[in-house]
Structure formats: structure tokens, C-alpha cells
Design a protein around this ligand. Structure first.
Ligand SMILES: O=C(O)CCc1c2[nH]c(c1CC(=O)O)Cc1[nH]c(c(CC(=O)O)c1CCC(=O)O)Cc1[nH]c(c(CC(=O)O)c1CCC(=O)O)Cc1[nH]c(c(CC(=O)O)c1CCC(=O)O)C2
Length: 383
């Protein structure tokens, strides 16, 4: 019943956009939730499920973004969160790398992990040259009362669901669409530090000083992230990636006590909620090389690894029942074409073709040359 209501509201808003002239008339007959165009390239989904592929699927974290001149041009006219909150704009940006690089095997919806703190009532600003700033961070456990919880994610983040549904149509089945969220510990970090941090010491202080309240916050975030991912899958996301970018600040003890249980709960809740409509899930816990075995057992089909982990060692640790994703050092894109292709081939040799999705070991940097992306993508497909 809840799902039906949710979908009806998504379709209704899309049709409203159409009547307001924001969408083209060709969109109208494809707006039904269950008549997405047929998927023509299913390499990513096959690899995620452990099925054989003709070529290794490849995509790039942050593939829509500042390294693309067309993104910078667009961004000069629109505020970052305005883009995220306007389905037509988010869709247009999502499609930019797909239009530019025919070798890409997946798209990822343009958004940011920080839409969750926003949904919980926190202000998030994107300051030029600084990045995300939360001007009123959580300072002490009493501040948890400031959070707007429970959250109706289908209302507060409806713009993401709408962007996903619209993008599925606009992709015309060229490649699958990935939805994503930050993981609870990573989001907790931003909410307490008030932005990025070199040490995460304020949020780690919470873990040591206020373990019960930290778990309360993590449990709130687990609930919101799970609902959010379920909503994205229902709106049309074909794979869901969870970013635990701040895992690198925790050692095995803190990670296993605070972060990992949330990661497990999320996959369990999302799969239970989606039932027969479940989609593959990826966990990318940057820097959590110490916990690869546990991550492989945490209910995700794909484990993303950063570039500091040797692929052969990662495979030994995770076993053969999960797909690995990664992990070229993003800075390898600064190398000349020959060296870049050679390093890419060496990486593929280590991963092998089975149960493997090629990617960088973290998001692409803003100063990278799009021509190098093409070299990387072609090196994967030609190997
Ligand atoms: O390609 C797509 O369509 C989606 C791209 C995307 C953006 N944010 C995320 C994604 C998904 C993906 O990586 O593929 C997810 C994300 N946002 C932040 C993090 C944490 C982190 O970077 O540590 C993540 C998880 C992914 C990861 O681990 O890399 C938080 C964040 N958001 C922004 C910044 C500032 C920046 O300069 O990048 C940060 C990091 C802050 C810090 O701690 O240092 C803003 C931002 N988010 C996206 C973009 C577009 C782009 O990458 O160019 C930007 C820049 C905003 C701008 O235009 O100024 C999209």
C-alpha cells in the first residue's frame, strides 16, 4: 500500500512537471513506473550477480562532475543542491558522462551523500573551494533532539526518486542506473565535524565518550538510509551502492563495533523490504582493508576496494561468493596514456574477469583530463 502511494506520487509529480512544460511530451507515455525501456547493456548487473560477462563492466565513481567541462559550464549557472533537488537538472548531469563515453557500463544518479543530513533537518552548504559545510553541527548528545526524526523519506527526498525515475526513462536502456547513499558512520562524521575533517576526532570522541548516544545516532541514520535506498530501488535504481568513505578513520575494533552492524542492518532491511524486487548492492568502505572478510559476509553482492589494497589479496580475503569492484589509483590518470593502459591491464590481470567490476579506487579528481578517462575505459574493454 505504502509503495503504491509512493509510486503514484512520483508519477503524479512527473506528470505535473510535464504540464508545467519542464518535460517533453515524448516523456508522457513512458512515465509509468513499470514500463522502463528495456536494458541493452546488463554487464554490470551480471557481474554483480556473479554471472559470466562478454567484457568487464566499468564505471567511475564521481563520473558526472567537475572534471567534465560540460559539468563546469552547467554548474556555473546552477547551485549544487539546486541541481540535486531538480529532477530534470540532476538527470541532465547524470547523462553527461554517458553521452560522452560510450564505453561506460553504468550511470550513477547525480546527488550527494549529504542529502540525508538535510532530510534530518540540518543545513548543508556547498562552499566553493571548501566543499560541504554544516554550519550547525551536532556538538553534544543533547543535539540529537534537533534532528527531525522519524523522517518520511519518500517526501523529504522525493526529488531523488523523481530524478531516478526520469533518468531511467531518459537513459533509454543504454546502461543500468546506480542509486547510492552514504553509510551511517560516514554521515555521522559530517554531522558532527560540520564538514570534511583530516582526523574525524570530534566524531571519534563521541564514539569513546558517548557510545550509547553514538549508537542512537547511528541507528537513526541506519533507518533513514535503509528507507532511502528502498525508495531509490522502487523509483528505478538497478543497483545500490553504500559509501562508507570515512571507514579509513576507524581501526577494526571501532569499525566492528559501530560501523559494521549498521552496514549489515542496511542490506538486511533493504533486501527484506524489496522482497522479490531486490537489486544487487555494493559496499564501498574506503580504507577498511582490515575488515574485508567481514564486509564480504555483510549481505552485499559487491565489495568495492580502494587503491591501497592489492586485488589478489582482496580476493583471498573475500572468497569467491562476492564481486569485487575497483581499484585503480585515481592518480594513475595523471600518467601518460601508455603507462595508464599498462597499469590498467595489470590491475585487470590481478582481478580476473569473473566477479569483477572495474572502477577507480576512489572518486575521480576535478583536475583530471577526460581524455584519460577514455584511455582507462578502453583499456578495460580491450583487455
Ligand atoms: O557521478 C555522479 O553522478 C554522482 C557523483 C557524486 C557526488 N557525490 C558523491 C557522488 C557519488 C560517487 O562518488 O560516485 C558521493 C559523495 N559525496 C561526499 C562523499 C564523501 C567523501 O568524498 O569523502 C561521497 C562518497 C564518495 C566518495 O567517497 O568519494 C561528500 C562530498 N560532497 C562534495 C564534496 C566536496 C568535493 O570537493 O568533492 C565532498 C567531500 C568533502 C570532504 O570531506 O572533503 C560535493 C560534491 N558532490 C558531488 C560533486 C560533483 C563532483 O564530484 O564534481 C561535488 C562537488 C560540488 C561542486 O560542484 O562544487 C557529486
Amino acid at each position: 500500500m505504502g509503495l503504491k502511494k509512493n509510486l503514484t506520487s512520483v508519477t503524479f509529480r512527473l506528470i505535473k512537471s510535464l504540464s508545467a512544460g519542464r518535460l517533453q511530451s515524448t516523456d508522457l507515455h513512458t512515465m509509468g513506473q513499470h514500463d522502463f525501456p528495456e536494458l541493452k547493456n546488463d554487464r554490470l548487473l551480471k557481474a554483480a550477480k556473479g554471472e559470466a560477462v562478454d567484457k568487464i563492466p566499468v564505471w567511475i565513481m564521481r563520473q558526472a562532475g567537475r572534471y567534465l567541462p560540460e559539468f563546469r559550464e552547467f554548474r556555473s549557472k546552477h547551485d549544487f543542491f539546486k541541481i540535486c533537488q531538480t529532477p530534470e537538472l540532476a538527470c541532465e548531469i547524470t547523462l553527461q558522462p554517458i553521452d560522452r563515453f560510450p564505453e561506460l557500463d553504468a550511470s550513477i544518479i547525480f546527488s550527494d551523500i549529504l542529502v540525508i543530513p538535510q532530510a534530518l533537518g540540518m543545513t548543508v552548504e556547498m562552499r566553493p573551494g571548501v566543499g560541504p559545510v554544516l554550519p550547525e553541527p551536532l556538538v553534544s548528545p543533547e543535539d540529537l533532539a534537533r534532528l527531525k526524526f522519524p523522517v518520511d523519506v519518500s517526501k523529504e527526498l522525493s526529488y531523488v526518486m523523481e530524478a531516478i525515475t526520469l533518468t531511467r526513462h531518459k537513459l533509454r536502456g543504454r546502461v543500468p542506473l546506480i542509486g547510492f547513499s552514504g553509510a551511517p558512520w560516514t554521515l555521522m562524521g559530517y554531522m558532527i565535524e560540520g564538514g570534511g575533517s583530516k582526523t574525524m576526532s570530534k566524531s571519534k570522541k563521541w564514539l569513546y565518550e558517548h557510545p550509547a548516544e553514538s549508537k542512537k545516532l547511528l541507528s537513526i541514520l541506519t533507518s533513514v538510509v535503509s528507507d532511502y535506498l528502498v525508495g531509490q530501488a522502487k523509483a528505478g535504481a538497478q543497483l545500490l551502492q553504500v559509501f562508507e568513505s570515512n571507514a579509513e578513520y576507524l581501526g577494526p575494533e571501532l569499525f566492528n563495533e559501530f560501523a559494521l552492524p549498521c552496514i549489515r542492518d542496511i542490506s538486511e532491511k533493504v533486501k527484506r523490504e524489496l522482497g522479490d524486487d531486490k537489486v544487487p548492492m555494493t559496499i564501498f568502505a574506503k580504507g577498511a582493508h582490515y575488515s574485508l572478510e567481514e564486509l564480504a559476509q555483510s549481505g552485499y553482492e559487491v565489495v568495492g576496494i580502494d587503491w591501497t589494497v592489492d586485488p589478489s589479496l582482496a580476493r583471498l580475503k573475500v572468497g569467491s561468493n562476492v564481486t569485487l569492484q575497483g581499484n585503480l589509483d585515481p592518480c594513475a590518470l595523471y600518467a601518460d596514456n601508455e603507462q595508464l593502459a599498462q597499469r590498467t591491464h595489470q590491475m585487470v590481470d590481478k582481478f580476473g574477469k569473473q566477479r569483477y567490476i572495474a572502477n577507480l579506487g576512489h572518486g575521480i579528481y576535478p583536475d583530471m583530463d577526460p581524455a584519460k578517462v577514455e584511455v582507462f575505459l578502453k583499456a578495460i574493454h580491450s583487455h
